[in-house]
Structures are given as structure tokens and as C-alpha cells.
Design a protein around this ligand. Structure first.
Ligand code: ATP
Ligand code: MG
Length: 272
């Protein structure tokens, strides 16, 4: 039995039409195994991520940017906690993007994002991102269409510039169903250790589900580029989500063909 999950089908081809209704958020069919096989697979992949991240840090040539977007309760926090649990925290930087501060809103929408892009040797994870500027800002009309419409092109240019400077970008949309969301909201209400996560704001946002889906579809269609691809990850089952994401990350890092820097031994003198 193959323990590899097939991830190719989750990648959004540049220019392809995206219909989120056609993607089953509970799908696990690309993995030929049970949940416990999947969890075992995640554990094995997490073990492989650690030395790859050390190599990224040691070589100091590339950097990696992981963008995570999802509806509320979609599992961004869980993904970060699980997939990156084995890597050295010194080499990973997580940034959350919430409601912009007055200073941030006073600048162009990429201003607050750029300084959090990863340095060489570093892996940056965006928990929400510059994409909020074509999602929440569009859905709630926080800026007019003339402002959000050109942002897709501006995002593509920005991401291309980062990749030309040595950053590898990968973007994940964690796809959950509306039904799964209400289940997760209910869990937050029922479990006292999760009360802190519950927000009436999330319940109100639910009413805009369809508008969000439309905004996500447009974002996925217009900004999945050869240099910064989007993956739509079926995420109703957290084990499957983690399996897909860790598989993609391991492959992406292996494809960088990194090497430990070599010492010129002839120049080394320990002075003894
Ligand atoms: P959880 O999934 O656990 O609810 P979260 O990512 O929603 O976590 P919060 O601190 O609850 O974290 O919410 C951040 C909020 O900031 C989101 O509602 C998001 O839509 C909002 N936000 C992010 N960027 C922007 C933006 N550019 N303009 C307006 N709102 C934004
Ligand atoms: Mg929230």
C-alpha cells in the first residue's frame, strides 16, 4: 500500500477556473490509507522537515514563504502547531495579520507585509496575509472596487520580486465546509479550554460565506502563478490537511537541492 498522498490535483494551475463548490472539503481519496496511517505519515514527514530546515538555515541562500489562508476556524493555527512542531524555532518566523492598525492603513496594502518576508535561510509563515486585502476588504467594501481590483496584479508582481530575490513561495487555502465551521464554533463554545477562541465576530462573518467563497475563487484564479502557486487543501480532516501540507513542504525543500557550506580546510588553523 502506498503511503504517499497525491498532491498534484490540489495545485491551482495558472489561469484555471476555480469552483470551490466542486472541491469536497472532506476528501481524503488521494491517500490510500487510514487516518492512523495518515497520522504516521505526518510524523515521518515532520521528522524530514527538521534537517531540511537546518540546511536552509546553514546554506543561507534561499528563503521560504508559506502563506496560510482560511475561513474562521479553518485550521491555520492547528496547521502551524502540528506541521512545524519539529523544526528549530530560531529559523521560523510566524506573523499574524489582523485588522490593520491606523499606521498600517495609512500605507499601501503591501507595506505591512513586506518587512515580514523571510530573510535568507529563514522560513516565514503568514497566518493570514496580504490576501486579506482582496478578501475581507472586498467582501465588506472596506475599499472600493477601483482599489481592490488592481491588487491581484500588484500581488503577483510583489511575489515575483520576492522569488527573483531567492524566496520560494507556497500558498495554502485550507478548505472547510460551512457545516464543519459550525461544528468547530460549537466545539469552542462547549469546551472551556477553547472559550478564548470563540468570537461572535466569527459568527457574524459566517453570514458572508458565499461572498467569501467568490472572493477566494477570484484570488485563487488570479494569483496562482508559476512562481507562487496556490493549493486548495481539503481541510475538514486535520490529519489529511497536515499530510498534504507537510508532503508539499518536504518536496519543495528537497527540490531546492541545498548543500551544507564547505569549509576550506587548508585555511583552518586551530592554533595548537
Ligand atoms: P481564528 O481562525 O482562530 O479565528 P483569526 O486568524 O481569525 O483566528 P483573529 O485575530 O480572530 O484571528 O482575526 C483577525 C481578523 O483580522 C480577521 O477577521 C481578518 O479578517 C482581519 N483582517 C486581516 N487583515 C485585514 C485587513 N487588511 N483589513 C481588515 N481586516 C483584516
Ligand atoms: Mg477569527
Amino acid at each position: 500500500m502506498s503511503r504517499e498522498v497525491k498532491t498534484k490535483g490540489f495545485r491551482v494551475s495558472p489561469g484555471a477556473k476555480v469552483r470551490l463548490d466542486d472541491v469536497d472539503p472532506a476528501d481524503t481519496s488521494q491517500f490510500d490509507g487510514s487516518k492512523s496511517d495518515g497520522l504516521e505519515g505526518v510524523r515521518a514527514l515532520i521528522k524530514r522537515l527538521d534537517p531540511l530546515q537546518e540546511l536552509l538555515y546553514a546554506e543561507h541562500k534561499h528563503s521560504v514563504l508559506v502563506v496560510l489562508q482560511a475561513m474562521d476556524t479553518g485550521g491555520k493555527d492547528g496547521t502551524i502547531r502540528r506541521v512545524f512542531e519539529g523544526v528549530n524555532p530560531q529559523g521560523v518566523k510566524v506573523t499574524r495579520f489582523g485588522v490593520p492598525t491606523p499606521e498600517e492603513s495609512g500605507h499601501d496594502f503591501l507595506w505591512r507585509v513586506h518587512s515580514h518576508a523571510p530573510e535568507k535561510g529563514e522560513m516565514a509563515i503568514f497566518n493570514r496575509s496580504h490576501y486579506e486585502s482582496v478578501l475581507v476588504e472586498r467582501v465588506h467594501g472596506l475599499v472600493p472596487k477601483e482599489v481592490w481590483r488592481p491588487r491581484y496584479g500588484e500581488i503577483n508582481d510583489f511575489e515575483r520580486e520576492l522569488t527573483e530575490e531567492g524566496t520560494t513561495i507556497v500558498k495554502f487555502y485550507l478548505h472547510i465546509s460551512k457545516k464543519e465551521q459550525v461544528k468547530r464554533l460549537q466545539d469552542r463554545l462547549d469546551d472551556p479550554t477553547k472559550h478564548w477562541k470563540f468570537s461572535m465576530f466569527d459568527v457574524r462573518e459566517r453570514k458572508f460565506w458565499d461572498q467569501y467563497m467568490k472572493a477566494y475563487e477570484d484570488a485563487l484564479e488570479r494569483t496562482s502563478t508559476p512562481w507562487a502557486p496556490w493549493y486548495v487543501v481539503p481541510s475538514n480532516h486535520p490529519w489529511f490537511r497536515d499530510l498534504v501540507i507537510s508532503t508539499i513542504l518536504v518536496k519543495m525543500l528537497e527540490d531546492l537541492k541545498m548543500h551544507y557550506p564547505k569549509l576550506d580546510k587548508a585555511k583552518m588553523d586551530l592554533g595548537q
